[in-house]
Design a protein around this ligand. Structure first.
Ligand code: ADP
Length: 405
């Protein structure tokens, strides 16, 4: 077994995803999810050697209890596994303007993540809880923070600024930061390999379509624009998030319709998107099934999802000029041949043509070109954010060992 194993932690406010990743080939040896934190039915499920297991956690468990269980009852039970760990890699949603790359975690880094709490009030406090718990569980291991926002820090001001008073940016940090950066970076690296080009010459559009969804324009290997904003609420139609809307709707609902700000934010984040439009589900598989049964609201949800995405993709012709490939990833991008077909139909002005057979068969973790020979290139590339986190963690630990030597 490789000695380059990384425990990757993705701590949310009420759940924690974890994976033991081989940094050399991206293989997940163990992966799992602890959920329902601070509730009586806190629980943990995981997959090890292809076998699914689960357990309930003590009532009201949260990050530290979950991490302690993972270490004591899962990792330490696998003989010799813990001794192969090189580092712990933490996914951190918001690094503000401070972090353009992954970093080794020290008290200064934790303080900086804390300073970004107002930009990611649900995520960053949970990340800090996770980091603290991991420090207790693995005091001898380096901890590394990998930021969702880092890849997007190359955006020019004309793309990241909102047309608000300049002071709101300078003094309060109000700007577009973008998210899913780790995924878009992975897609850029894989696209460069597939296109046989150095990363610095790759111009692509990367559409990460999962429960959260974002699309990014990448020029010469660097992000030049992206659909998410100061927070992950902006941009595309998502599972339960609304994406772009007229900000006056918020004022209207509060001033004229009697909603509280909290209720409105709950609507925008948790009751909108595919769920809100369809009234059925946030899950794309259910939306597709209902659309195929001629449910008009499922069809509307699907159409709005595709229309908004196609408009974003078309608009990225502006910063890119030349597009080497359009790439689909994330649960929907990797699996929905229907969405890919609809997007290319909406983008017919760019002369896209699908290879119908390849589109239908490039699903379930397969990667490949799905466009016809006479078309600009369209690809599916399964994302692997955990692998990027593991690779960055190993690289940073190796670098610090060199510096320390
Ligand atoms: P997350 O953002 O939580 O990581 P994923 O990337 O796993 O999400 O994507 C989840 C979405 O992918 C869900 O809407 C799910 O319905 C959709 N999805 C998964 N498999 C399919 C499929 N075969 N066809 C269409 N959509 C799918």
């Amino acid at each position: 077994m490789s000695s380059k194993l990384v425990l990757v932690l993705n701590c949310g406010s009420s759940s924690l995803k974890f994976a033991v990743v081989n940094a050399e080939n991206g293989e997940n040896l163990i992966s799992g999810l602890a959920e329902c934190f601070n509730l009586t039915d806190a629980r943990l499920k995981w997959t090890i050697n292809g076998k699914k297991e689960s357990t309930s956690l003590p009532p009201m468990s949260a990050h530290s209890e979950a991490i302690a269980y993972i270490v004591d009852h899962i990792i330490k039970k696998e003989t010799g596994l813990a001794s192969k760990f090189v580092a712990i890699g933490h996914r951190v949603v918001h690094g503000g303007e401070k972090f353009t790359h992954s970093v080794l975690i020290d008290e200064d880094v934790i303080n900086s993540i804390e300073k970004c709490i107002s930009l990611a009030p649900l995520h960053n406090p949970a990340h800090i809880l996770g980091i603290r718990a991991a420090q207790v569980a693995f005091p001898e291991l380096s901890q590394v923070a990998v930021f969702d926002t880092a890849f997007h820090q190359s955006m020019p001001a004309k793309a990241f600024m909102y047309a608000l008073p300049y002071e709101l940016y300078k003094e309060k940090g109000i700007r577009r930061y973008g998210m899913h950066g780790t995924s878009h970076l992975f897609i850029t690296q894989e696209a460069a390999k597939a296109l046989h080009k150095p990363i610095s010459e790759v111009n692509i559009i990367s559409a990460h379509l999962g429960n959260g969804a974002s699309v990014t324009a990448i020029k010469n290997g660097q992000c030049v624009d992206t659909s998410m904003g100061m927070t992950p609420l902006a941009g595309l139609v998502m599972g339960t998030r609304c994406g772009d809307l007229d900000p006056s709707i918020i004022e209207h609902l509060i001033a004229h319709e009697g909603y509280t700000l909290e209720q409105v934010m709950d609507i925008l984040q948790k009751q909108s998107g595919l769920l809100g439009i369809s009234g059925i589900s946030s899950d794309f598989r259910t939306i597709t099934e209902e659309h195929l049964k001629n449910n008009p609201r499922a069809t509307l949800a699907l159409d709005m999802f595709c229309y908004r995405l196609a408009k974003y993709i078309a608009s990225y012709a502006v910063p890119l000029g030349r597009i080497d490939a359009l790439i689909f990833t994330g649960g929907i991008g990797e699996n929905s041949a229907l969405v890919r077909q609809k997007i290319l139909e909406l983008l017919s002005i760019f002369s896209y043509h699908l290879d119908t057979e390849k589109n239908a068969t490039t699903i379930l973790g397969k990667s490949g070109i799905i466009s016809a020979k006479n078309s600009p290139v369209v690809m599916v590339i399964p994302t692997n954010e955990e692998w990027v986190i593991a690779q960055d963690a190993v690289a940073l630990v190796a670098k610090s060992a060199l510096i320390g030597a």
